[in-house]
Ligand binder design. Structure first.
Ligand SMILES: NC(=O)C1=CN([C@@H]2O[C@H](COP(=O)(O)OP(=O)(O)OC[C@H]3O[C@@H](n4cnc5c(N)ncnc54)[C@H](OP(=O)(O)O)[C@@H]3O)[C@@H](O)[C@H]2O)C=CC1
Ligand SMILES: Cc1cn([C@H]2C[C@H](O)[C@@H](COP(=O)(O)OP(=O)(O)O[C@H]3O[C@@H](C)C(=O)[C@@H](O)[C@H]3O)O2)c(=O)[nH]c1=O
Ligand SMILES: [Mg+2]
Length: 299
């Protein structure tokens, strides 16, 4: 099975490339700029057609949440129109598309985990453009799986875990918001789940459960407790650590509004795919360990 993933340097793309190595029946190709530029739809169609995939994973996106508030048109061209172009290219090849989306499509009211059918209500440009992307993907390709994930971290790229470890190198205390709740998710675990989906689709040509799914790490927390878990893991390995000061969101002003509750329920995913994501604490420990090991090795 030949799989194309969009974006070469993205966290999910890099983890997929790495994890696919142990799946003998899967060949994974990452396509990114300049060959495939989501802001230039024709490059998307041409690059995907040339690769002749059996399935497309749409992971590339404009993910700078605050910056998106200042350049909504750029975010829209990538997250909405670009996503549509990827789904369209897959449809033209008659293959399914797995499109990644976000918890930020929700408004954040209440304190229950959101289900797939709950009303959306993005508070940010990023969330709105990702929601529009979902709609466009579903319209362009009936064989779509929209996977909403959240709070993604990994040894690669930019993420909260790496930011916290970096801040701890120069500070004794880091102030982190304690009133936004969600599900930290390792991109390595996302990659493993996606490869499991690919195997399921490969084995079942009649697969009929296309649609939207929530796919996040098991268990939920808030950002300050997540930061504490990162420092505890790092401290055990003699890496950088800092005290975490709990602050309300009002003391950490940002351009974009973030949902205060974006917990997602993974029940539907577990039922259909028979796959449960690891607890976020276990995955956090593993990723922190790897970041520290790779920083020692000078990578
Ligand atoms: N990060 C997170 O916390 C979360 C992410 N998601 C979603 O999951 C998916 C994967 O996220 P993640 O791996 O963290 O993303 P990253 O931010 O790590 O990577 C995004 C990738 O998109 C690429 N990209 C950006 N613009 C374009 C463009 N115009 N054309 C082609 N490629 C482009 C980037 O390329 P380059 O390297 O060249 O800049 C990069 O490779 C995204 O759809 C995101 O919205 C959902 C919830 C949480
Ligand atoms: C760095 C830092 C952040 N924060 C807050 C800001 C924010 O509310 C929270 C997390 O910071 P981030 O910059 O990682 O937040 P953000 O970039 O909004 O993360 C989001 O990215 C997009 C792509 C998604 O799809 C979401 O699921 C989510 O992961 O922590 C602090 O309170 N103190 C700090 O020192
Ligand atoms: Mg960020």
């Amino acid at each position: 099975m030949k799989i194309v993933v969009t974006g070469c340097e993205g966290q999910v793309a890099r983890c997929l490339v790495e994890r696919a190595v142990s799946h003998r029946a899967i060949e994974l190709i990452a396509l990114g700029r300049p060959e495939l530029d989501l802001a230039l739809p024709q490059t998307v169609v041409d690059a995907i057609a040339a690769a002749k995939p059996d399935l497309v994973v749409s992971a590339a996106a404009y993910t700078a949440v605050d910056q998106a508030e200042d350049e909504p048109e750029v975010a829209r061209s990538i997250n909405s129109l670009g996503a549509a172009a990827v789904a369209c290219a897959a449809a033209q090849m008659n293959v399914p598309v797995l499109h990644l989306s976000t918890d930020y499509v929700f408004s954040g009211e209440g304190d229950e985990p959101y289900g797939e059918h709950d009303a959306t209500g993005p508070r940010s440009v990023y969330g709105q453009t990702k929601l529009d992307g979902e709609t466009a993907v579903a319209a362009a390709n009936p064989r779509h799986l929209i996977l909403r994930t959240a709070w993604v971290y990994s040894p690669f790229g930019k993420n909260f875990v790496k930011t916290m470890l970096r801040l701890a190198e120069s500070r004794d205390t880091v102030s982190v918001v304690c009133d936004q709740w969600g599900n930290p998710t390792s991109a390595i675990d996302i990659a493993d789940a996606i490869l499991h989906i690919c195997e399921t689709l490969g084995a079942d040509r009649q697969f009929a459960d296309f649609g939207t799914y929530h796919l996040v790490g098991s268990g939920s927390t808030n950002w300050s407790s997540f930061a504490r878990a990162i420092f505890e893991a790092s401290k055990r390995l003699r890496g950088p650590c800092a005290e975490v000061k709990d602050i309300p969101t009002s003391e950490y002003p940002t351009r974009a509004i973030r949902p205060s509750n974006s917990r997602l329920s993974t029940q539907k995913f577990e039922g259909v795919f028979g796959w449960k994501m690891p607890q976020w604490q276990q995955s956090t420990d593993k990723v922190v360990e790897r970041i520290l090991a790779e920083s020692h090795a000078g990578k």
